[in-house]
Design a protein around this ligand. Sequence first.
Ligand SMILES: [Cu+2]
Length: 431
Amino acid sequence: MYPWETPSYSDPVARIVRLSIAVAAAVLAVPGIAQAKERTLTYTTPAISVPAYGVRQQPMYAESPSVDGYVVGMEAEVVDAAGRVQGRDKVMLHHIVFAKIGVPDYTCGGSTERFFAEGEERLALSLPRGYGYANKATDRWGLLYMLMNHKKRPLNGFIRYTVRYVTGEALTPVKPVWLDVRNCTGGIDPVFDVPGGGKRFSTFTRTGDFTMPESGRLISGGGHLHGGGVRLELRNATCGTVPFTSRPTWGGPKPMPLLHEPGPTKMSSFRSIQGIPVAAGQKLRLAAVYENQAPHTRAMGIMLLFLAPGAPKGCGATPQLEIDLGKPSAPPPFSMPLPRAPKGSVSTATSTIVRDFQYGSERISLQRGTTFTWRFLGQFEHDVTVVGGPEGFSAPWSLTGVFKHRFTKPGTYRLFCSLHPARMVQQITVH
Ligand SMILES: [Cu+2]
């Protein structure tokens, strides 16, 4: 293991070591002497009930440090009522995003500054020595979670997060720069679809651009991709360089039953005290590269970087980066059956309704070239997501309105609602 590598959550030895460090820090944190110190603060949310074979996503306020200081590291996990870490096969931490409330986001503006996120890849935040994300006692944090339950009964999950926090010392402040190939258009579910249908080893790339408003050095960063991801490139389009590429590691047991295509178990990340120079006015281009033989719906391409504002001008050389690489490889081939068989008689109508926990018709037959319409009528949000077939597409989470898709490729499409995957299924055969 590289010295900067974060221990795996499932490794009991690593967990004990981490707990011991936390205890030692608590013992050392005796009040009275004003001196620099680093503490590990642990917070746990109230219980979050996740429906059987279902998904729960919601924003909530999050406890934060009650004194001024700097965040230098962070990680999050899902635990049960007894504090035991849940594996990917129980309540899975699908996505979690932490933000500071009332502060505009660096790339998207608005009133929440995203500064930490984890997905299935469980990428902890660990800034290089000397840098910190400044935080005030009066700052308010929020978190947005998305948990997935792989069991056939409702389960309670608790999000436990630890913050490595430095007080009594002035660190070099950094700003979180959240790059997303959806370029701020995706709301809380910034997904896109990889259509598939290409030759073996063909790829599909989606890019997003961001023009730097100031100069500085990128001192830390890591990526987020979903199933089918090949790599996530940080390009400096102005300089024609690729200073960092985040690569996925695959493997480990697949959470059963399959409710979505599993994502990487790790994404490579970098740290650098010197930092990657970027200058005001330069265009950063994030490129998410996915394999395109099979469809990969609801894919993401996100990179969270930390910028230390400063002086760089022009196109400076990228310094040697400290890379936590993992074991990158090509995404494994994946085919997902529907969680249950579609039922009922075959409909040849060109529309159906989407009501709570059921599509109006589950078995549909269409002529090639038909535009099919889904009408959303439920009390809860639902979507339409291809899990397999000749072409990948998906509808956004919707409460009302319609979604249309024109079927140009013959074959059998397997679809479900990604929020209620075990209940809402549909099969469309196009002739
Ligand atoms: Cu649904």
